[in-house]
Write a protein that binds this ligand. Structure first.
Ligand code: CA2
Length: 152
């Protein structure tokens, strides 16, 4: 079965447990369930991962870049958390391995502090989903599926 990677960066393991005014009350395991339900409708399987470590995220992008090249992965939904705003390494990994990525943020980063307005991921992403809450995850999976079908 073809896979879609859903990658979550630092502190997203805290989702639903703190700061509900910003990130809501849904936990990361609830998000995983939303992703699996959407992917099942599309005939896809989900690889759902979270790490607080930049290098581990880089390794996983490489791993699924090779899977994409082999035709076994359609791409990745990436919520890189705070690394979005700091990580040249993630930028280079996505660009280098040519993995189709949709960048995702639960909150509308453009309505927040100025340091959240710049993204190192956006220039190497095929698209960006921002500020739609956790419902952005299934939307991004659907978009990746459609883009992969369009690419034929
Ligand atoms: O809005 C998003 O999805 C973010 O990627 C979340 C990151 C933040 O650094 C980005 O600017 C925007 C932070 C994730 C931390 O999530 C927490 C959840 C609950 C409690 C504390 C942190």
């Amino acid at each position: 079965m073809t896979t879609v990677l859903v990658l979550n960066g630092p502190n997203l393991n805290l989702l639903g447990t703190r700061k509900p005014e910003v990130y809501g009350r849904t936990t990361l395991s609830d998000v995983e369930a939303l992703c699996r339900a959407e992917a099942a409708e599309l005939g896809l399987t989900v690889e759902f991962r979270q790490s607080n470590h930049e290098g581990e995220l880089v390794d996983w992008i490489h791993e699924f870049g090779w899977e994409a090249k082999a035709g076994r992965c359609i791409g990745a939904v990436v919520n890189a958390g705070a690394y979005t705003h700091t990580s040249v390494a993630l930028h280079d990994a996505i660009e280098g391995i040519e993995l189709p990525v949709i960048e995702l943020h639960i909150s509308n980063v453009h309505r927040r502090e100025p340091f959240r307005h710049h993204s190192y991921i956006s220039p190497v992403a095929v698209g960006v989903v921002v500020g739609l809450g956790v419902q952005g995850y299934p939307l991004a999976i659907r978009a990746l599926s459609q883009l992969s079908r369009d690419a034929g």
